[in-house]
Every structure is written in C-alpha cells, then in structure tokens.
Design a protein around this ligand. Structure first.
Ligand SMILES: NC(=O)c1ccc[n+]([C@@H]2O[C@H](COP(=O)([O-])OP(=O)(O)OC[C@H]3O[C@@H](n4cnc5c(N)ncnc54)[C@H](O)[C@@H]3O)[C@@H](O)[C@H]2O)c1
Ligand SMILES: [Fe+2]
Length: 386
C-alpha cells in the first residue's frame, strides 16, 4: 500500500447495467430538471430517440445537438455553444457519446452556467471557480473514462495541440453505464478505445501519483479489460463482454481522477494535436514500447498487472513476470489488429523533432512517469516505431 495523500473523486450517482439508460428520466427528475440539453454525436443519435421521448412524456423540454465531431476543436465547441444559446436556457446537460461528446457536454455545462468564454478557460485567463449546470454523462465507447474524470480535452488547431481543461468542478454529477449503447461500436473503434482504457489503468497503477484508490480500481479495470477486449472486438453483440469493457473503462476513468496517466499519454498528445490521430489508437500503439521502457524499476507492479490479466506467470519471479506482461501487450495489439508502428500511419523520420518537442511540453503527465524520460529516450521510442 502506498501512503501518498490522495483523494477519490467519484461522480455522485452511477447507474450500471443493460437497459439502465431507461432510468434517465427518473434521474432528470432527481435533479429537478425542466429543460434538458442533450449533446451527442451523429453515429449514436438514433439511440437518443427513446430517452428523448421518455423525457418529453414526463413534461420536460428537450433540445438535442447531435453534431459533435470526433476529437472536437475550439471552433466545434463554440458552434455547439452558439446552437445551445440560440435554443434557450437549460437546467440539465446530458452528454451521450464517446469522450468527444462527453468532453463537449462537460465544458458546456460550465460555459452555459457562468457565461464563460472557452478561449479564456483554455488559456487559463479565467479559472473555473464553480460547478456548472447539473450534468449526466452516458458513454457509448468503452475508452476514455471521461464520464468519471475532471477533464475536458479540446484541440487547439493553430497550436497543433490538445489542451486538457482540468478542474474538480468538471466531474460529472451522474453517470449511466449501459452496455447496450456500445453494441454498435465497430471492431476497430472497440479495439483502440478499449486499449486506451487499459492504458489508463496501467499508467495510473504505476504513476508517481498512484495511491490506495488507484491500486484498487486499476487492477480491476485491467482484469475486466484483459478478460473481455478480444471477445468484444470479435463479437460486438456479446453483451457480457461489452459490460466488462464499459465497467473497465469507467474504473480507468476513476483512476485518472485520483492518480494520473503518464508517458504513454504524453507521447500520444502530439500525434493527436498535430497529426489528428485518434486518441485511443495513438495510445495503443505507444503502450508496449513505453511499458518496455518503464519496466526497469517497476517489476513488482508489472508482475501484479500480469496476474490481474490472468497471464500464466504463477511460477515466474517478478522480473520474468514483468517481461511477460510487456510481451502480452504486444500480443494484445497484434490480436486486435492494431498496427505495431507509426510509419504505416504516415509518420516519418522528419517528424521526430516535432514529436519530441510536443511530448516534452506535457510535463503535467511526464512528471508522473515512474521512470524519468529524457528527450533522447522519447526520440528512441518514437524512432523505433517509424
Ligand atoms: N475527458 C477525459 O478524461 C478524456 C480522457 C482521454 C481522452 N479524451 C478525449 O476523448 C476523445 C476521444 O474519445 P473516444 O475515444 O471515446 O472516441 P470518440 O468519442 O471520438 O468516438 C470515436 C468514434 O466512434 C463513434 N461512436 C461513439 N460511440 C459509438 C457507438 N456506440 N456506435 C458507433 N459509433 C460510435 C463516434 O461518433 C466517433 O466517430 C478525444 O478528444 C480525447 O482527447 C478525454
Ligand atoms: Fe486516454
């Protein structure tokens, strides 16, 4: 057990299980809502019809904004804010979608409640000093865990950078974890977002900010995801596997809120900001290499994660079990059809300097990596993938 002072942040109400979205209206009435803003994305807009009808049947007014793009940028959030303001005022925000839709919904709850300007928040000119409108997050990917984190991540295209707005006041008020909403997720997105969730758990478990809470939830996330990710990718209609993935991703988000991701996410940042690579995919590709780097000094924790993954390491010492853990991450990517390099995604040797510059700026995460990582180390990790 670690004795680092720590805090467990959990959304106030968490509903889980197949069909739990049907309880949205009850939850809205708990928040005494009359005017509901639903922020979602086109690919899941059809899933919003039933809850919308149910809310309206209960006498609530509902506005649905269904055009959140993947990996939203400043202009996208501003356009959605303009649509929301034109539609009237609200007393509840519901985000239904992957991390992209939920991140927009989370920051929208603050912008609308306090008339704040997104640019001011991103540049830290103004601080988020109070919670926004009551909000409920409903994930439809099993990845970011944004439903459990105090973060909202927005792309700033002119800086080729993603900025994480981080405030405990962004932590959602309630969450609905309904695996039925994830059945339509295509295999490649299931694989990459699932590996993102696994990365959260692994990084938070080994982070310098790791603590009694992440020690508990990370191992459970790793167990669930390792058990079910292949099944969910092979057969998207497997509800039990989908439920494991959704819970695993949620626990991963809880881990981020109490601990921190580390070098995998730091090195993934410039791939998302400059090259627009999907968040889950960039993390998945980097995970085995960064873990091979981190293995030195982390053998005991790596061995514990190998056991959580149910790898056959019972007879091995910690050093050998840690090596088996890193090998298993490579194998998992192979089994899920995730590329083992960045070259096939268009990254070239001439991009190395920019990538290292971009990653080095993410000190918020790099500082928590269990093994300190120099610019040369980063260069070597990227170069080996090109
Ligand atoms: N707030 C946080 O704590 C946090 C943490 C990590 C990443 N993020 C951010 O989250 C975003 C990525 O989120 P994501 O990985 O969940 O992907 P996403 O939300 O971008 O979704 C990926 C794609 O899948 C589609 N989709 C979503 N659910 C679907 C479903 N059930 N069926 C069919 N299609 C579906 C989306 O429309 C999109 O095209 C990035 O912007 C990233 O920076 C946020
Ligand atoms: Fe992530």
């Amino acid at each position: 057990m670690t004795s680092t002072p720590s805090i467990l942040l959990n959304p106030g109400r968490v509903l889980a299980g197949a069909g739990s979205l049907s309880q949205l209206t009850e939850l809205a009435s708990y928040f005494q809502a009359r005017r509901v803003l639903i922020i979602t994305t086109k690919s899941v807009a059809a899933l919003v019809d039933a809850p919308r009808r149910s809310l309206e049947a209960a006498g609530l007014s509902v506005t649905v904004i269904a055009n959140t793009p993947p990996e939203p940028e400043v202009a996208d959030v501003q356009a959605i804010e303009a649509q929301a303001r034109a539609a009237g005022s609200f007393d509840l925000v519901v985000g239904i979608g992957g991390g992209s839709a939920m991140d927009v919904a989370k920051i929208m709850a603050v912008l609308l409640a306090h008339n704040m300007d997104l640019r001011d928040v991103l540049s830290k000119k103004v601080e988020i000093t109070a919670r926004g409108l009551p909000n409920i997050m409903v994930p439809t990917t099993s990845g970011t865990g944004a439903e459990a984190t105090p973060n909202s991540i927005i792309l700033v295209p002119e800086d080729e950078l993603k900025i994480g707005i981080v405030s405990p006041r962004l932590l959602p008020d309630a969450v609905i974890l309904d695996p039925l909403l994830t059945l339509s997720l295509p295999p490649d997105v299931t694989a990459s977002t699932g590996m993102d969730a696994l990365t959260h758990a692994i990084e938070c478990y080994c982070s310098k900010k790791g603590n009694v809470f992440s020690d508990l939830y990370a191992l459970e996330a790793i167990r669930l995801i390792a058990l079910s990710i292949r099944l969910a990718v092979q057969d998207g209609s497997n509800i039990a596997a989908r439920a494991d993935m959704l819970m695993g991703a949620y626990w991963g988000g809880v881990c981020i809120a109490t601990s921190s991701t580390t070098a995998v996410h730091a090195l993934a940042y410039p791939l998302g900001g400059k090259y627009r690579m999907a968040h889950g995919l960039s993390n998945a590709i980097l995970l085995p290499s960064v873990m091979a780097f981190n293995q030195v000094g982390c053998e005991v924790r790596f061995a514990a994660m190998a056991r959580a993954m149910a790898l056959p390491v019972g007879d091995l010492d910690d050093h050998a079990a840690a090596a088996a853990f890193v090998q298993a991450l490579h194998q998992l990517n192979t089994d899920l059809g995730i590329p083992d390099n960045l070259k096939s995604l268009g990254i070239q040797a001439s991009d190395l300097d920019g990538l290292v510059d971009g990653a080095s700026k993410v000190t918020r995460l790099l500082d928590n990596n269990p093994r300190s990582m120099t610019r040369d180390d980063m260069r070597q990790i990227y170069a080996a993938l090109i």
